[in-house]
Design a binder for this molecule. Structure first.
Ligand SMILES: Nc1ncnc2c1ncn2[C@@H]1O[C@H](COP(=O)(O)OP(=O)(O)OP(=O)(O)O)[C@@H](O)[C@H]1O
Ligand code: SF4
Ligand SMILES: [Mg+2]
Length: 319
């Protein structure tokens, strides 16, 4: 079997704060991503999702661990190798307007990466391709002469997606790409990504704090809590039968369309579950034990290893 497109091996990231304190943002995170696969990454705010994306992009230096691209370790000192990697991996971020240069036209934004990275294409071919990309994301080709501020949030995110696609990336890293959008627009953008994923066989790393949003796109889902993996499982089985109590808590947080079920859900989630502990002072033993409804004495002392349970990985003594 071919090497995975991306492998992350025992990755840890620790930040040194101005106060001198150490903040452990990620601990021992390992996973693989095969070409054509979509891995959803979920967890509450502050659990390390963006840090993981930034570490993959070599924007933060890991304190430990290795990142492999097509089986070879990424080396930030290898300039040629990093250039290939940066072209192969494109990103879509939370705030679409923020990610687009306000002084450039949409055409300029879409053409810029191709002008830099596709010397084989003529200017006319690049302009034509920018038109095709706009159509692929549900916009009109005539929009190339307009500026980002003339568009809505959802349209800007479509432009961001078109720009990411412009250099035919092998991996697209999406960090909360729909969180800043209205719920109805969120659905449209997720559907667009699902269509593009199918038509272009995209490989996606899709980060969200919302398990509901991740569901439609992901083949597998990785659940992070306080910088550690709680569970990795095929999406289907994770949603139908979550094995980790934290995954269950996140699933309970998804709003339900039926008003009666929704009232019962709200009553359940407002019962008891406390706040996220500070990552500066994570609980000993199982990091989830201060909020877990199934905590036992052993949970306060012993860190549960991530273990294989029928095709998935779970870090819980009692899964
Ligand atoms: N550059 C940094 N310096 C210090 N601490 C940082 C830095 N970047 C992130 N952190 C801390 O690391 C932890 C993980 O942050 P991260 O941004 O990865 O979380 P996240 O899961 O993406 O959250 P959100 O859902 O809010 O985007 C947080 O406690 C955050 O405060
Ligand atoms: S190890 Fe214990 S505290 Fe942690 S998730 Fe499992 S039951 Fe809950
Ligand atoms: Mg984030």
């Amino acid at each position: 079997m071919a090497a995975p497109l991306l492998s992350v091996d025992k990755l840890s990231v620790r930040f040194r704060l101005k106060t001198g304190q150490a903040l452990q943002a990620l601990t021992d995170v390992s996973f693989t991503l095969q070409a054509g696969e979509t891995l959803g990454i979920v967890g509450e705010s502050g659990c390390g999702k963006s840090t993981l994306a930034r570490a993959i992009l070599q924007l933060v230096t890991p304190t430990q661990g290795e990142i492999y691209w097509q089986g070879k370790p990424l080396n930030p000192h290898d300039k040629a190798g990093m250039k290939v990697f940066r072209r192969a991996v494109q990103c879509i971020f939370q705030d679409p307007l923020d990610a687009l240069n306000p002084r450039m036209t949409v055409g300029g934004i879409l053409q810029e990466p191709m002008l830099a990275l596709r010397p084989d294409l003529s200017k006319a071919a690049i302009r034509q391709r920018a038109d095709e990309l706009l159509q692929a994301v549900g916009l009109e080709s005539g929009m190339q002469n307009r500026y980002p501020h003339e568009f809505s949030g959802g349209q800007c995110q479509r432009i961001g997606i078109a720009r990411a696609l412009s250099v035919e990336p092998q991996l697209i890293l999406c960090d909360e790409p729909v969180s800043a959008l209205d719920v109805s627009i969120q659905g449209q953008i997720v559907k667009l990504l699902a269509d593009l994923q199918r038509d272009h066989k995209l490989t996606l790393l899709f980060i969200s704090h919302d398990l509901g949003v991740v569901r439609e796109l992901s083949d597998r889902v990785l659940v992070l809590y306080l910088g550690r993996i709680m569970e990795i499982a095929p999406a289907e089985s994770l949603y139908q039968n979550p094995l980790h109590p934290y995954t269950r808590m996140l699933l309970d947080a998804i709003p339900l369309p039926d008003p009666q079920q929704e009232r019962a859900r709200l009553a359940k989630i407002t019962q008891g579950i406390g706040d996220l502990p500070s990552p500066l002072n994570p609980p000993p033993g199982c990091v989830f034990h201060t909020r877990c409804p199934q905590t036992q004495p052993v949970c306060r002392e012993q860190l549960p290893e991530l273990r294989e349970i029928s095709g998935r990985q779970v870090a819980c003594h009692f899964a």
